[in-house]
Write a protein that binds this ligand. Structure first.
Ligand SMILES: Nc1nc2c(ncn2[C@@H]2O[C@H](COP(=O)(O)OP(=O)(O)OP(=O)(O)O)[C@@H](O)[C@H]2O)c(=O)[nH]1
Ligand SMILES: [Zn+2]
Length: 487
């Protein structure tokens, strides 16, 4: 080929490459455009529904903290179900790399015939029974075949595609296993899941995951199948190295694991005697207002879900039932004058040392609140300290627990809750109050920034705790000494 011809070919190839690239870019841009339009349409449909829920909770949707809540909730749900709009093929394609294994007769190692296990993949999914997020530790094993291995991150990405849907644990395990098998075409796939579901607020014990409902499930294909599969035994052994015993923990059904299911409630259509039930009525059940239930059904529709699919029947009622546990009560309004918003009343005279005063502490009081930005729970513990006012009266722990419940069990932000509890304690002790709240926000871990292990601590210091650093230090030392002992 002459130089001119070569130059022409090079130009033609480059032009073809550019036009192919432009074509792909246009396709991507078009996809983004479609996604943006769909997202806007879903948000338009969902926002009025969220406003109806806020109204049903007795809230003023126009107040500053709630103004953008419908937008955020719509975004959170859309993001939490993005898996419906993702394709496994797009993830795995292009991430299969050649890697030979050892000869079959000598053993199994490396590529073909060997086993690869990725453990401890942190995921969040949405419980299809109640729409609350549940957390997952996912472990994936596979045995490569055909001299190809897949990029490790793709195992986690594929698992996330199915986690980001409305799910139950067993179906999630089956779908991840099936999709990996179909896309990688290995000799076999094993998926093991450990899942945790938030309990009803009244059953939440403390800031750790105690009180959470846990379940373990697995799914296997190809060489992992069968009771005597040596690949399954190796997979289990590699999990046990991380303290995970699937043989002991596995369950075959996860239908009943959602705590809201055992709490099924009537729907109130305005004539409570005619309420239709969806299961046993617990003594604490409050009818779910039918307009709120319809609002949640319309949210499911705008996510592209079928509210009549059998697993979703009863889901809107359960979600409303959960929300109703955090509804604003009239007492909030009546108590507006009770909290002392005038900061000057907290200031103690200079030099007023508290050494002679006893510090009373009530520590590790559990709470569960509902984040007013995303309508997702945040939960943890409250530590309260107050100074003896000299009359020797000690307030009973049950009163503090009631106080924490009162200020916690509503649409809240952590800072306001901390301040409100401190103001209420101060109004009882008049000398000094200190409150520390330690919480995990599900909105920080299940969506958006997804900081799985983050936790938030807030502190409010009033009265003589402000002027006496040693009193504050003694209280905080007390918290430290009892952390780890608390259940
Ligand atoms: N200060 C405070 N912020 C909170 C609390 N609960 C949730 N948030 C935050 O509320 C903020 C809302 O910010 P936006 O940018 O409007 O919400 P978003 O679009 O969902 O943003 P991302 O959270 O970053 O995904 C987020 O930063 C949350 O982390 C809380 O108790 N106190
Ligand atoms: Zn649930």
């Amino acid at each position: 080929m002459g130089a001119l011809e070569e130059a022409h070919l090079a130009t033609a190839t480059a032009a073809a490459a550019i036009s192919a690239c432009e074509c792909e870019c246009y396709e991507e841009e078009e996809d983004d455009l479609v996604e943006d339009e769909e997202a806007a349409a879903a948000a338009d449909a969902m926002e009025p529904a969220v406003r109806a829920l806020l109204l049903g909770l007795g809230e003023d949707a126009r107040r500053e903290g709630l103004r953008r809540t419908p937008k955020r909730v719509a975004k959170a749900f859309r993001d939490g179900t993005r898996g419906y709009r993702q394709k496994v093929k797009d993830i795995v394609q292009g991430a299969l790399f050649p890697e030979v294994g050892v000869d079959k007769r000598t053993g199994s190692a490396g590529g073909t015939g060997g086993q690869v296990v990725v453990r401890d993949i942190d995921l969040f999914s949405y419980c299809e029974s109640c729409l609350l997020p549940f957390s997952i530790q996912c472990h994936v094993g596979y045995v490569p075949s055909g001299g190809r291995v897949v990029g490790l991150s793709k195992l986690s990405r594929v698992a996330d595609v199915f986690a980001k849907r409305l799910q139950n644990p067993q179906r999630l395990a089956n779908e991840v296993c099936g999709a990996l098998h179909a896309s990688i075409q290995p000799a076999g796939v094993a998926v093991a899941l450990q899942c945790w579901h938030i309990p009803l607020p009244e059953n939440l014990k403390c800031k750790t995951s105690q009180g959470w409902i846990s379940t373990s499930h697995s799914s296997r294909s190809g060489v992992f199948e069968g009771e005597s599969s040596s690949f399954w035994n190796d997979f289990s052994a590699l999990l046990k190295l991380r303290g995970i015993d699937m043989d002991k923990d596995s369950h075959s059904s996860s239908v009943a694991w959602c705590p809201l299911r055992s709490h099924d409630v009537p729907v109130c259509n305005g004539h409570c005697k005619k309420a239709t039930t969806h299961g046993a009525i617990s003594p604490k059940s409050v009818p779910a207002p039918s307009n709120m239930v319809s609002a949640v059904s319309s949210m499911l529709l705008s996510l592209g879900e079928d509210p009549f699919r059998k697993e979703l029947v009863g889901t809107p009622q359960r979600y409303v039932q959960w929300l109703m546990k955090f509804r604003a009560c009239n007492l909030d309004v009546k108590l507006n004058g009770f909290t002392l918003n005038n900061l000057s009343v907290y200031q103690s005279p200079a030099g007023d040392a508290t050494d002679h005063r006893a510090i009373h502490s009530e520590l590790h009081l559990p709470f569960c609140a509902q984040c007013e930005h995303h309508l997702l729970p945040f939960y943890g513990v409250v530590h309260i300290g107050y100074l003896d006012s000299g009359d020797g009266e000690v307030i009973d722990r049950s009163h503090f627990q009631a106080l924490v419940h009162f200020y916690g069990c509503k649409l809240q932000v952590q800072e306001r809750m901390t301040r409100q509890i401190a103001e209420a304690v101060y109004s009882a002790s008049h000398c000094g109050a200190i409150v520390v709240v330690e919480a995990n926000h599900i909105c920080m871990i299940s969506r958006g920034i997804e900081k799985i292990r983050s936790s938030t601590a807030t502190i409010a210091v009033l009265g003589q705790f402000l002027t006496d650093p040693s009193a504050k230090a003694r209280f905080l030392q007390n918290v430290l000494d009892t952390t780890g002992l608390a259940v």
